[in-house]
Design a protein around this ligand. Structure first.
Ligand code: ASP
Ligand code: MG
Length: 448
């Protein structure tokens, strides 16, 4: 059999009956699509997270009825919604039970069990819709093959186990039927439900595409591909037809919301081309992400990431000494703090914290880490910052590239410039309230 296509649909693509129908059409348009990975219906994960944080009985009731209403309203539009109603009801009961547990004592483990219900629910409905449209489709519980470690909330996939399980349990099914399954969720070796972190469905789909040796990975969302920047900020931003893996990874890392940052890693490992498009307007085309793109312009795109936390460490002990950074990173590693950007001077180091948890807002430096770092040096923590990243090709090897950027931004205060480690990006921090304007000015000067 020729390699299959794995198609992933995000929350807005399965938000209601109409969105699901358009997504079903997309699946049917490509006969090689044998594995369909979907997110929870739009908004559902947020409701579940709220329940998982522990709320009073009245709020619980309100959230539960919202969840019921979202799923029931799709069932109502199905011809035989009743055939999956008992599955939906059983899951809604699980949600109610877990919500009560969470209200008494919330834990990361309960949170994962609870938020996983969003995908477990949506897949029952989408599989039924595909069947009603005449497809031979079945729902599969991805936890049977998506083996992870037990870091609840941000579980790490165990690639070897996943490949083995996918090849033995999922691949044979995909030969016979169209399989609909869940993004975002997995299971640890003890049998507990885990999640890969918010927005993790893209990553799930890519991991499965890798494990099943897919020929193509399609990521269907609500925008027709990757844009030069967010069109809500710069209205003249336009779609990019083709982009290389390296450029797209930089974009995802630096906050272009369209792809989850980890998504491309499995695709790059296996060199699986990735298509990004809108399930609501597939005729508008989208973006192909491949090993190499036909064009490699100096400036490709601009990304913006809000809610940055910048930590500056000052110490005279750094002056002509060795081992200081090692100490700093030892503390950060001990507290499992992932660092994003870093710049140094002789007596200070500035770094930004990576956002890996599921909470909203800017990442926090844990109090214990702050205390240990403070024993070593003076620590300053700043928030209300945004990261601006310019993605392109050969930037640090091209005369005038940085001049074009900094000249455009002469009226702004630019901090923590990172440039040169990768030829694909130039990034820096600006104060949050200037971020949009900075993106607009750069887009106009470099892309319009
Ligand atoms: N439903 C999950 C979330 O909202 C995963 C995803 O949509 O990718 O984070
Ligand atoms: Mg999503």
């Amino acid at each position: 059999m020729s390699p299959i296509t794995v198609a992933k649909f995000g929350g807005t693509s399965v938000a209601d009956f109409q969105a699901m129908s358009l997504s079903a059409q997309v699946v049917e348009n490509n006969p090689s699509t044998r594995l369909v990975i979907i997110s929870a219906c739009s908004g559902v994960t947020n409701l579940l997270v709220e329940l998982a944080n522990g709320v009073d009985a009245a709020r619980q009731q309100a959230l539960l009825s919202q969840l019921q209403q979202i799923h029931y309203s799709i069932l109502d539009d199905l011809q035989q919604g009743d055939s999956v109603k008992s599955d939906i009801d059983a899951l809604l009961d699980d949600v109610a039970t877990l919500a009560k547990t969470a209200a008494m004592a919330s834990s990361v483990q309960t949170t994962d069990a609870l938020v996983a219900c969003g995908e477990l629910l949506s897949t029952h409905i989408f599989a039924q819709l595909l069947r009603e449209r005449g497809n031979n489709a079945a729902r599969f519980d991805i936890r049977d093959v998506m083996r992870t470690d037990d870091q609840f909330g941000r579980a790490q996939p165990q690639l070897e186990a996943i490949r083995e399980l996918v090849q033995s349990q999922l691949a044979p099914l995909c030969q016979q039927q169209m399989i609909v399954s869940q993004g975002f969720i997995g299971r640890d070796a003890q049998g507990n439900t885990t999640t890969l972190g918010r927005g993790g469905s893209d990553y799930s789909a890519a991991l499965l595409a890798e494990a099943i040796d897919a020929g193509t990975l399609e990521i269907w969302t609500d925008v027709p591909g990757i844009y030069t920047t967010d069109p809500r900020i710069a209205p003249k931003a336009g779609p990019i037809a083709e982009i290389s893996f390296s450029e797209a990874s930089e974009m995802a890392n630096f906050g272009a919301k369209i792809l989850h940052p980890s998504t491309l890693i499995p695709a790059i490992r296996q060199q699986i081309p990735v298509f990004v498009g809108s399930s609501k307007a597939p005729e508008q085309g989208g973006t192909w992400v491949r090993k190499s793109a036909d064009s490699s312009p100096l400036f490709r795109a601009l990304a913006l990431r809000n809610n940055q936390t910048m930590v500056t460490l000052h110490s005279l002990n750094m002056f002509h000494a060795y081992g200081f950074l090692a100490e700093v990173f030892k503390i950060l590693a001990k507290h499992r703090i992932s660092v994003d950007l870093i710049t140094t001077s002789e007596v200070s180091v500035a770094l930004t914290l990576d956002k890996t948890d599921t909470s909203g807002g800017a990442p926090q430096l844990p109090a214990a880490a702050l205390e240990e770092l403070s024993e070593l040096c003076r620590v300053e923590v700043e928030q209300n910052l945004s990261l601006v990243a310019l993605i392109g090709n050969q930037m640090s090897h091209t005369k005038g590239a940085s001049k074009a950027v900094f000249e455009t931004l002469e009226d702004h205060n630019i901090r923590m410039i990172c440039y040169g480690a990768s030829t694909h990006n130039l990034c820096f921090m600006v104060s949050a309230d200037e971020a949009k304007e900075v993106i607009q000015k750069l887009h106009e000067a470099l892309f319009e």
